[in-house]
Design a protein around this ligand. Structure first.
Ligand SMILES: [Zn+2]
Length: 235
């Protein structure tokens, strides 16, 4: 992270090109920056929290449908030029460290689009993690904070089953356990954990609480199903 980024806000004109079922080669041949038509319409970056949420929804649909955005060589070079001087991610994603999910992939986003903070159990229990989330909003202008849980989460399972594997792992479990008290099963515990983490962020980060209350940012929850790739937004 570099504070100089804040001095160089980007005015990105993103040309997101989607070609369902097409080949990358065909698109590279037909598409260029500023060239929009029915098959690859130009889409500006999200400018509001609602637009940011919709961009993640749309990206996850593309991922589930196996129709990821295809970018021309020119567009990729343009993005690289932009991100070399700063960043303006439209969303922040707090998710688990689990190897079976990668936010940029499951939301079909590219370099510079999402600011990702990962920790087992998608918790934000430390000042440093909360500070990373705050940095994304206050300095980089992120408009959405998604707390993303997932199915078959080992950290939530360990907390649900009152496991104590030892070492510093126990600190993760201890952070999760209060928020899932009373859960009926692992899925219920996973949902409760997402809600508890959202609540903790609001309680422990006045900065993000204010950003939410003034409409600069939305804080939402989500649940990623590993088997299908789908993300259900929990609000
Ligand atoms: Zn997990």
């Amino acid at each position: 992270m570099d504070n100089r980024d804040a001095l160089q806000p980007l005015t990105r004109r993103r040309v997101l090109t989607t070609l369902a079922g097409g080949s990358a080669g065909a698109l590279v041949a037909s598409a260029g920056l500023g060239c929009g038509n029915a098959s690859h319409a130009a889409t500006p970056p999200p400018s509001t929290p609602d637009e940011a949420l919709e961009a993640l929804r749309a990206g996850n649909r593309r991922f589930v449908d196996h129709t990821p955005a295809v970018r021309s060589t020119e567009e990729i070079e343009h993005i690289w030029t932009e991100i070399a001087v700063g960043q303006a991610p439209f969303a922040t994603i707090l998710c688990c460290a689990d190897s079976r999910l990668a936010p940029e992939i499951i939301f079909d986003q590219f370099l510079g689009d999402v600011f990702v903070v990962r920790e087992a159990g998608n918790i934000a229990d430390s000042p440093t993690n909360l500070g990373s989330l705050e940095y994304a909003q206050a300095v980089l202008g992120s408009k959405l904070l998604l707390v993303l849980g997932h199915t078959s989460c080992g950290a939530v399972r360990a907390a649900f089953e009152n496991a104590a594997p030892g070492g510093n792992i126990d600190a993760i479990i201890a952070a999760i356990r209060p928020g899932i008290a009373g859960a009926s099963d692992l899925d219920d515990a996973t949902r409760r954990n997402v809600g508890a983490v959202q609540q903790r962020i609001r309680e422990q980060s006045p900065l993000l609480r204010e950003a939410e209350s003034t409409g600069k940012m939305r804080i939402v929850g989500g649940l990623y199903t590993i088997r299908t790739g789908e993300v259900a937004f929990l609000e």
